[in-house]
Design a protein around this ligand. Structure first.
Ligand code: ADP
Length: 441
């Protein structure tokens, strides 16, 4: 039982050490690929250190001086490389890996002879020349350098005797080869793994970037459209004001004052329309994105009741605003008031019926919430069913019905920002039904 409990601790400890050494000397502001290089080198050194230490032990029992010394030198150099990494001397450590280590291997090879099987280490160095360096010229020169050392060692062994030839079996040679192959495979595995992780992180980043880019593009398009339409529509009442004040000035100079009340009226109307437009435009621009909403549980029954009280004050007794039991929605209260106020008000405004009525009903399932706002007003021709949600789109002049053409654009913006959908069914003279759908997550 005791052992069972201790085991995960030891594994955890080893994992922690592995993780700690893996990030030795990694700098926060380094490029991702550079971080991978440092990490792979750290991890590669740990693996080789473990292998070399085990081989070193085989030379302790029974003690075999030459083998012991050669492994010890390799271990010391590896520890030095790790220390260099820890001190963030990455370039030095990598150059040492691909220049000093191979020279050492060459020296060991020349000293102890072909039986050491040490020549296979050059394969690792040729491989790491490509992995650990950035410039192609450095990669190629180091790979060439290591390959030359390999050839030189082969040449030396064929033509000269070693100083202290080691007598080992061909089995030992096979072991050395297997170890070298294992190291190469491990380094490749770690490297490919890291690259895959890098690609995954990159893909995620790209997706976020693409998403933000699209958001920015939409916002930009919206802004452009907004600026164009707003300036265009604001100019209409301004033009009225300018032309009528011109007429006022002309008539004043001629001392003709009969049309003055009418002209003043037009100027006043124009100013009022501008005021409405500016207020609605401001309201439109204030509709925030979903991420920035202060959401709360909003009882739509209370929202509609309050709107009803306010609206009924402006109408005679011939108005009915009815609702069935409405849901509670997770939304920004101000936006819900704006949404229902615009739709209910339109139902009464665009209505020539003796008895004007607006019915609000809801039909929700666990997955979606559907709310309908149905009036018995003048109705809307099918060809305008999409257009009326555009900014400043009006189907009537200000003389027929007052308005700015922003009410439904505000409604659509609110619903869109909540990832919902708004549409309508209507025929001229037969009333209009607006539908709002929210997906419940
Ligand atoms: P506004 O009411 O300020 O003109 P809206 O964006 O609310 O702006 O409406 C755009 C146009 O859509 C209105 O000018 C009107 O012609 C038409 N409309 C909106 N709601 C209704 C409705 N319930 N019935 C008939 N027409 C409507």
């Amino acid at each position: 039982m005791e052992n069972n409990r201790k085991q995960p601790n030891i594994i955890q400890k080893l994992k922690n050490i592995w993780a700690k050494i893996s990030i030795y000397g990694i700098e926060d502001d380094a490029s991702y690929i550079e971080k991978i290089r440092v990490r792979v080198l750290n991890q590669g050194i740990i693996i080789v250190l473990l292998i070399q230490s085990s081989v070193l032990l085989t030379h302790v029992f029974p003690f075999e001086f030459q083998g012991f010394l050669s492994r010890l030198i390799i271990i010391i150099v590896l520890l030095l490389l790790l220390e260099l990494n820890k001190r963030k001397r990455h370039k030095t450590s990598r150059l040492a890996l691909n220049i000093i280590m191979p020279l050492m291997i060459l020296a060991i090879g020349i000293t102890y002879g072909a039986k050491t099987g040490i020549q296979y280490n050059f394969l690792t160095f040729i491989l790491t020349s490509f992995f650990f360096h950035e410039k192609l010229s450095t990669k190629l020169s180091l790979a060439f350098f290591n390959f030359s050392l390999f050839l030189f060692l082969k040449y030396y062994w064929t033509n000269y005797d070693s100083f202290m030839p080691l007598e080992v079996s061909s089995f030992f040679e096979l072991v050395t080869f297997t170890i070298t192959a294992a190291v190469i495979m491990s380094i490749m595995y770690i490297f490919l793994n890291q690259i895959e992780e890098y690609n995954r992180a990159n893909k995620k980043l790209l997706k976020t970037l693409e998403h933000n880019n699209n958001k920015l593009k939409t916002a930009n398009e919206e802004l452009e459209r907004f600026a164009y339409i707003a300036s265009h529509d604001l100019k209409t009442p301004l033009r009225t004001i300018i032309s009528f004040t011109g007429l006022l000035e002309r008539d004043f100079k001629r001392n003709k004052l009969d049309s003055f009340p009418d002209y003043f009226n037009y100027v006043k109307e124009g100013a009022k329309q501008m005021d409405n437009l500016i207020s609605s435009t401001l309201e439109y621009s204030k509709v925030k994105h979903e991420d920035n909403l202060n959401k709360e549980a909003v009882d739509l029954n209370i929202v509609v009741d309050n709107i009803k009280i306010n609206l009924l004050q402006n109408y005679e007794n011939n108005v009915i605003i009815e609702k069935n039991d409405l849901p509670i929605i997770w939304a920004e209260k101000g936006q819900m008031i704006l949404l229902f106020q615009n739709l209910i008000e339109n139902g009464l405004k665009y209505n020539k019926n003796e008895n004007k009525s607006v019915h609000i009903t809801s039909n929700s399932t666990p997955k979606r919430m559907l709310i309908t706002i149905k009036d018995n007003g003048i109705g809307i021709n099918k060809e305008y069913h999409e257009q009326i949600f555009n900014m400043f789109k009006r189907l009537h002049t200000s003389h027929e019905y007052e308005g700015t053409g922003l009410g439904l654009a505000i409604c659509k913006k609110i619903v869109d920002r909540m990832n919902g959908r708004i549409w309508l069914e209507s025929e001229e003279g037969k009333g209009t039904t607006f539908f709002i759908e929210f997906i419940i997550d």
